[in-house]
Write a protein that binds this ligand. Structure first.
Ligand code: PTJ
Length: 259
């Protein structure tokens, strides 16, 4: 698909194309295309830029990941299609494991995602086939199947683009959950310990940058950053931003051309 260089929605359309390409490669579930549309809508409303509430959450998320004994990044179809190189780099910088975990799990798709990640430089990808032999208690979706070397034993789990019930189940297991979700009202966003309300394509590169910066900080400083955090305040900030932005827009000139 050729998108003209001067198309006013070029960036957004290019991201959409990555999803479509991922779908054609067997990485993205058909439902993943719908989920992306929901995300696009929230991104439009937020202003398609990383806002302060996301930056604050990113800082704390990175501190939590660097403090973790056993951090794991959970990868689904959309994340693999949108930011394959970036999640691998993030995993390397913070020394985390990568685990494929799918809501619409099929053997073909988990293997296609693992292959895709390996082609992008991943050395180890957990959660494929028999490796997903452990179970998250009280969870009935396919997401319950996890690796005993990965999410099962992780203390901090990063879940980009999640569906809420697993976040809640992981919290019940005592894990720290970091979500990236453009919808500040989703169950995932509300159940996570730390919610980054931003597009995964912007959030992950910023997390890599922050992780490189924070890696040299003493643990005590990272602990201080983590301890002070209030996720409810961050979600409130995100909603207030949407509210204010829509309020301002509703009083501005919206038509592009005079009648
Ligand atoms: O690959 P699978 O089988 O694990 O399936 C993945 C999807 C995303 C289809 C599955 O987890 C799902 O159905 O998710 P939901 O319940 O639709 O939730 C996805 C959330 O991610 C929604 O709140 C969207 O607003 C949000 N979202 C969509 N695209 C992005 C996003 N958040 C951040 N960045 C995005 N690019």
């Amino acid at each position: 698909m050729c998108i003209p260089m001067n198309h006013p929605r070029r960036e957004s359309l290019l991201i959409r194309e990555r999803l479509v390409e991922g779908f054609k490669r067997g990485l993205v579930a058909v439902e993943g295309l719908i989920a992306h549309g929901r995300g696009e809508c929230f991104d439009y409303i937020i202003g398609e830029k990383t806002q302060l509430f996301a930056i604050k959450a990113i800082e704390v998320a990175v501190a939590a990941l660097l403090l973790a004994k056993y951090p794991v990044i959970s990868v689904n179809g959309n994340t693999a299609a949108l930011v394959p190189r970036e999640i691998i780099e993030l995993a390397e910088v913070i020394n985390a494991k990568l685990e494929v975990n799918l809501f619409y799990r099929t053997r073909e798709r988990e293997e296609a995602i693992a292959k895709w990640l390996r082609e992008h430089g991943a050395r180890e990808v957990l959660g494929i086939g028999e490796d997903a032999s452990a179970t998250i208690p009280e969870l009935f979706s396919e997401r319950r199947r996890v690796s005993p070397r990965g999410i099962l034993v992780a203390d901090v789990v990063l879940v980009p683009l999640e569906d809420g019930d697993r976040t809640e189940a992981l919290r019940r297991m005592g894990k720290t959950v970091i979500a990236i979700d453009l919808n500040p009202l989703s169950r995932t966003a509300r159940a996570a310990n730390i919610t980054i309300v931003d597009n995964v394509v912007r959030a992950i590169p910023l997390m890599i940058e922050k992780a490189k910066e924070y890696k040299v900080k003493p643990r005590s400083e990272l602990e201080e950053i983590f301890k002070k955090y209030d996720n409810n305040a961050i979600l409130q900030m995100a909603l207030k931003h949407i509210f204010t932005r829509l309020g301002e827009l509703s009083e501005s000139q919206l038509i592009l051309y005079p009648q």
